[in-house]
Structure formats: C-alpha cells, structure tokens
Design a binder for this molecule. Structure first.
Ligand SMILES: NC(=O)c1ccc[n+]([C@@H]2O[C@H](COP(=O)([O-])OP(=O)(O)OC[C@H]3O[C@@H](n4cnc5c(N)ncnc54)[C@H](OP(=O)(O)O)[C@@H]3O)[C@@H](O)[C@H]2O)c1
Length: 290
C-alpha cells in the first residue's frame, strides 16, 4: 500500500504506539500531531511523515487526510469530541477516506451520565452516518491509569480511587495499538464492528494492588474513596472539570459493572495476548517511582 495511513493523537498513549507498529510493518505513516516537540521529533526520526494541526480545524484535517485511505482517529477527554469527529468524517468524505478506526470507550451509551461517554456514543453515530467505513473500539480502563494514580510514601504505594469493589481487566495502550495497526494494515471483515477491549484478567482494585505489590516488591494498598473525595483529589492536581465530571460519573458505572469483562479480540486478531497487570508493571517499572 503506497497511500500513507494517518494516525491522529500520534504523540499520545495509543497513537504513538500505533505509529511504531505500522512503521515496523514498513507501512507509510503520516502522524498528525497537535504540536511539534521532542515526541514528534522521535516519530519523524523513526520514519513517520509529520503533519501538524488541530483536529478542530477542518482545513488542517483535510490537508492531513490528502491521499489517505485508512486512519486512526482519537481525541482526548476534552470538550470538542463531536465537532472533531464531524470534521474528520466530513474531511474524510471529501478526500476519499475508506476506513477509520475510532477510539471510543466501554461506557459509551445514549444514557451515560458522563458527558464524555455520551459524546463518544454520538461520535460513533456520526461515523456510522458518514460514507467512511468505521470500526469502533470500546476499551475498559487502560493499564496506564495505574501510573497516573500512583502515590508513594513511607515505603508503600497507594491507589486512592472511587471504584469500590468493582472489577475490570486493565488493557495496555501498546496492546490496543497492535490491534489498531493490524486492522489498518488489513481492514477486511472489521468495518462495521464494535470491539469491546479488555485485558486478560479481571480484578478488583484490592487484587490489582496485590499484583502490583508482588511485582514491585513493596506494599501497595488500595484506598477506596467516594466520588466527591476523588473529585477533590483531581481538582488539587489541576485536572479540568470536563475530565472530573467524566471520571466521577464513570466511577459509578464502574461500581455497577459497566467496565467488567474479558475478551479474546486482541489475541485472535494479532496472534498475541494483551499484557497482564504484572507484565505491564514489570515493563514500565520506571513509571512507579519510589
Ligand atoms: N485512559 C483510559 O483509561 C481510557 C479508557 C477507554 C477509552 N479511552 C479513550 O481514549 C482516548 C484517549 O486516547 P489516548 O490515551 O491514546 O490519548 P492521549 O494520550 O490523551 O493523547 C491525546 C493526543 O491527542 C493530541 N491532541 C489533543 N487535542 C488535540 C487537538 N485538538 N488536535 C489534535 N491533536 C490533539 C494530544 O497532543 P498534545 O499532548 O500535544 O495535546 C495527544 O497526542 C479518549 O477518547 C478516551 O475516551 C481512554
């Protein structure tokens, strides 16, 4: 295939790994980055063509999509998802995009209390109405939430989260990226599908803390907090209100089982199973400072 594959969010958690995976397959990649920095310089050094632009700018998106037939679309938990999706679908229709792999999330549904989750559901519908063939991904919480929420004091790790005794199987960005790259390399049979994505082992956060403790060789404790306390923790970290509203709402979904489950999609399509929590923590030891 000579047309470049467009990867949006190319300096983010999933996008950067998708770029690396496609380059390893010797496929031509155009990486759409929000701004040029050391992350985009690294992608360029590895062989990606860099396009710089905002997903809310239809001209920039149209330029990035020139000659592109397949793309990965990802937009962060920030206001603007539906506008960015509509722009991408419209520009893709104008430029001849055939297939988009669309990052959504497991809690996406019409009745979601999270604004971002409801917007993800609407964004899926926008791609479904458009002539561009879409594959929707609905992952559970990423394994990357573990280092994001990592605290360490007095020789012990601590996870303070509002998840009660709810359960999920954390899924690493690198494993999702392998699936995304496989679909982009060969979309046959995937257009029209919605894949829920989970890691291999479903756990509650006491079990996750125990697995981290075993792997890191130090005590790790899960401290369940209520959603108001968690919102205050996030505010103290300077997190935006859109994200705080989302995480507060999906914490209740999480307790109600919306994030549960396991599946074989990544192993079936890529031939390699996704990482366990223990494997993720081992591979990313430096993300858990002590
Ligand atoms: N984290 C989870 O547990 C989880 C679970 C399920 C689903 N998801 C979904 O995953 C998605 C996030 O994926 P991710 O973690 O791979 O992303 P990410 O790490 O948050 O990265 C987002 C990327 O998009 C870029 N970006 C931000 N705003 C942009 C804009 N206006 N125009 C162009 N580029 C822009 C960012 O660049 P800069 O950094 O330069 O701004 C960054 O490269 C969300 O849609 C979320 O709902 C996440």
């Amino acid at each position: 295939m000579r047309n470049p594959i467009l990867v949006t969010g190319a300096t983010g958690k999933t996008g950067a790994e998708v770029v690396l995976d496609l380059l390893e397959q010797r496929l031509p990649v155009r990486a759409l980055v929000h701004r040029e920095d050391e992350r985009s310089t690294r992608l360029a050094a590895l062989g990606a063509e860099i396009a710089t632009g905002d997903l809310l700018d239809i001209d920039a998106v149209g330029d990035a999509l020139a000659d592109v037939r397949r793309a990965y679309f990802v937009y962060p938990i920030r206001p603007g998802l539906i506008e960015a999706t509509t722009i991408f679908a419209q520009a893709g229709d104008e430029t001849g995009l055939d297939v988009v792999v669309n990052m959504s999330q497991i809690s996406a549904r019409r009745t979601a209390h999270s604004d971002a989750a409801r917007q993800h559901w609407l964004a899926e519908r926008v791609f479904d109405w458009s002539p561009v063939g879409a594959v929707h991904l609905r992952p559970t919480f990423f394994a990357e939430w573990l280092p994001t929420n990592w605290q360490y004091a007095d020789g012990a790790g601590l996870l303070r989260l509002p998840f009660g005794d709810g359960r999920h199987a954390p899924i690493a960005a690198t494993d999702q990226a392998r699936l995304i790259a496989a679909i982009l390399a060969n979309p046959t049979g995937h257009v029209g599908q919605t894949y829920k994505l989970h890691g291999p082992v479903e756990m509650d956060h006491h079990e996750i803390a125990a697995a981290m403790s075993e792997t890191l060789g130090l005590p790790v404790r899960y401290d369940p907090v209520d959603t108001d306390t968690y919102a205050e923790i996030l505010r103290a970290q300077g997190r935006p209100e859109h994200l705080i509203q989302h995480l507060s709402a999906v914490a209740l979904d999480y307790r109600d089982g919306v994030f549960e489950g396991t599946d074989d999609t990544i192993e079936r399509i890529t031939g390699k199973p996704p990482q366990t929590v223990e494997q993720y923590v081992t591979a990313n030891r430096d993300l858990f400072p002590t």
